[in-house]
Design a protein around this ligand. Structure first.
Ligand code: ATR
Length: 277
């Protein structure tokens, strides 16, 4: 029921029609009996500043921010969390009595997915494929979780070097960069391999960031942040090599659970959410 006390949480993005976030959050608000509603707003880039003024004027309680606004939103916020500042992108806002505070839950969502699966990050060698926004948030949170080393491989080396520079400046962790031409030897000492490139994403489901003829005989965990399709060609390659895998849907759910916690103070139960997605 919507009444005079209903708190509104909104998604600002462009486009927003494909988003799972309203399903996730409205389900959780109902489940925890909270008088909140979640709605999506398709905001053109030139209207972002007006939208933020609207959030303040209407006392909207919180928001998620998605593509293409995650970076540009920073300049309109009153306060930004330490991690979001390092990542340089915000995906969650809380309106604290008129002060808009920005957070980034993407990387935390990913790290939580790995920990829930029973894997450790502390002391491990991690390779990240890709150097876009997803890679940046994951690299920061993995560094924060005290990995031993982070190697970033990307088509454009400059972006990979950029992320490694950021990690080196803020954490005491070995870093490396390289291109996407990956051979078996490069993966020998890797504990966790993560695809953050858009290769394999619907409709390009037949592309993969890795040569499928590469054979692996260690026991690394292979993760993909792409969630459509659920099982990418990259993950199929990992399964063929008898490796454990983690798909993008987990990160999607866990970043939402973190945002939900920021707004409500409640740690939502993940199991039921998997069924609605
Ligand atoms: P996100 O915010 O989801 O990380 P993004 O910032 O657009 O998305 O990053 C997409 C990543 O996929 C980048 O690392 C990009 O490589 P470049 O930095 O060289 O552009 C990578 N990517 C996209 N298409 C690719 C392709 N055809 N081959 C290799 N890498 C690709």
């Amino acid at each position: 029921m919507i009444d005079g006390k209903t708190k509104l949480i909104c998604l600002l993005g462009h486009p927003v029609g494909h988003s799972f976030s309203p399903n996730i959050h409205n389900f959780l608000f109902k489940k925890y009996n909270l008088n909140y509603k979640y709605m999506c707003f398709d905001v053109n880039p030139e209207k972002l500043e007006d939208s933020v003024s609207g959030i303040k004027a209407l006392k909207i309680f919180g928001a998620n921010i998605t593509v293409p606004h995650k970076v540009n939103i920073l300049k309109y916020l009153d306060e930004i969390s330490f991690n979001a500042k390092l990542i340089g992108a915000v995906n969650t806002i809380k309106n604290e009595n008129g002060k808009l505070v920005g957070y980034n839950t993407d990387g935390i969502g990913f790290v939580n997915s790995i920990l829930e699966k029973g894997y450790k990050i502390k002391g491990k060698n991690i390779m990240i494929l890709g150097a876009g926004g997803g890679a940046r948030s994951i690299a920061v949170e993995i560094a924060n979780s005290r990995a031993k080393s982070i190697e970033i491989r990307n088509r454009s080396l400059e972006k990979a070097n950029n992320i490694c520079g950021l990690i080196k400046d803020n954490f005491d962790i070995e870093t490396n960069t390289g291109d996407l031409n990956i051979g078996q030897k490069d993966l020998e000492s890797i504990d966790i391999l993560i695809n953050t490139t858009s290769l394999g994403m619907n409709p390009n489901i037949n592309s993969s960031v890795i040569d499928e003829n590469i054979k692996i005989n260690n026991d690394m965990l292979v993760c993909d942040i792409v969630y459509n399709p659920r099982e990418t060609k990259f993950l199929k390659w990992a399964k063929y090599n008898n490796l454990e895998t983690l798909g993008g849907i987990d990160m999607l759910i866990n970043q939402a659970i973190e945002a939900f916690y920021i707004w409500t103070g409640i740690k939502a139960d993940k199991k039921e959410l998997e069924s609605i997605l």
